[in-house]
Design a protein around this ligand. Sequence first.
Ligand SMILES: [Ca+2]
Ligand SMILES: [Ca+2]
Length: 633
Amino acid sequence: MKKILMVWLGLVVTALLAADNSVPPKPYGAVPSAAQLRWHEDEIISLVHFSTITYADKEWGYGDEPAALFNPTEFDARQIVKSAKDAGVKLLLLVTKHHGGFCLWPSKYNDTYTVRNSPWRGGKGDMVKELVDACRAEGLRVGFYLSPWDRNHKDYGMPEYVTYFHNQLRELLTNYGEIHEVWFDGANGGDGWYGGAKCTRRIEAEKYYQWDKVMAIVRELQPTAVCFGREDIRWVGNENGVAGDPTCWATMNAGGSGRLDLGVRAGAVWMPAEADFPQRNGWFWHPNDHTRSPGDLVGRYFASAGRNAVMNMGIAPDQRGLICEEDAAALRGFGERVRAIFATNLTAGGKITANNTRPGFPASNLLDGNPNTYWASDDDVLTPSVTLDFGKPVTFSVISLREYIQLGHRVDDWALDSWDDGAWKEFAAGTCIGAHRLWRGQPITSSKIRLRITKAAACPALSEWGVYLEPEASRREAGGSLANRIETGMTKTGWKIVSDSCKGESEPVGNAIDGNPHSLWSTHDKAGHHAPPQEVVVDMGEAHELTGFLYLPRQDAHTAANVGRYAYYVSVDGKAWGEPVALGEFGNILANPVQQKVMFTKSVKGRYFKFVALQSAGAPFISVAELGVVATK
Ligand SMILES: [Ca+2]
Ligand SMILES: [Ca+2]
């Protein structure tokens, strides 16, 4: 009897397994940590840049901007956080200390250069605390940026500074509750004030800061935080908010090496890309700068969050301590557009079928709005397809795909077909899917669509599929041209080159004043690279009252030859030049090659100008896309 019972029980167990043999696929390759998963879900995050240099009209503080400058009389943390929230920002990264060294909190390790030394709140304020409290009140998560480079600190370059840096990190990660991202900038070492020494200090960034100790502090004090720039999250390689095209794999080689924009297919570690860019041209607020338009921001959303990266849009309070009306309106406009695009998922009511389904992981999981349920195929089926029948003609222009990344990057290639005149017609194809992949195109009307996985390393596991129609007005804004972001200054009719230090062969000197942002003057030819200093003298044909000049660096990814340091002269007769009317550095020109506008301390009359490139940002030659002038008339 006992034996029979055992056999019977065995049969029951076997039958139960057969009825529910929903064995999930095994993970493929590297997978995200819980903290990385949560970071992926944020999609839109935002750095907040605010410091003494907001009052000095600079991008990088030299370190000597007086703390007395810092007096945002209308500072309102809630207004700043609400503006970010309007844009859909989920995590706010506070720049607690930028390269200039000024601390937005009253650090006990610094007696001279923090909010305590400023007039703001009578020296009794803690701006980090006010912003953190506002984030928590508005439901945003919080991250901290702490610059390793410090151009104010007297000990920078020496071991004492590293102790200071570690102490500050410990202080920040101890006193403000749970922090979800810690951000370390890659800009490191160079000239600075350094306690009055005013010199250049170079360090070996990989060794100097003792990163193993830094990471131990982060892991000890904030175990649920991701770390940008070191172990968890990588920079996307530009400050345009544009992830790699066509791929942006979340994986990199062990140790984080690999192409920052494209990632590494089947790389050993999960280290996804964060695509940062400022809402304005500069990261800090400047009186003559302006916001990007909402339509422009939407384009960057598709190019970052829509390519498996996270969009990090920098916002900047003005000198009052508020997000100015212009910027707040653009943030609101951006948020409204994104919400409008994704307001109605046209898959609702559709009938979905797959040509292969793993038991327990049906195709309907793609449409349930739940990121934790997914459709998967059998282990040996690497190229399944899934069809969605709307039951009626539907017009769409945006497709959203999400892989169940808890099981890794499984899909290599995919294609989408519409049902056109009784036959399938491919309208989109791509590679990496990952956390989120968006396709944005011209409207298509079709009664059904099909997703084909055309190549995969392991059986695909996809969690969500969305189909949307972008409002026409929003769609018309797509692809806003570069040209409308470039200030041309005074018209260049009648200008001519008087002399130059290097003609340039394939990219001749005349290209610097031809009004075309895409044509360049580069100082290299068959003989090789011609190192700076390089200069050009231009005759404007008649005298003008000049108030400033414009330098447009090349606008593609090749930024190394952009001009780092410059001198600018003006002359009435093209013979007597005198002292330069402007002499300085284009800060951050390598990572953020936006148009540079340098205003003179007072206007100067002249018919000729001489632009001298004293130093290249990072190449053995220099390049100029355009030179222009700002004149009173
Ligand atoms: Ca789902
Ligand atoms: Ca040009």
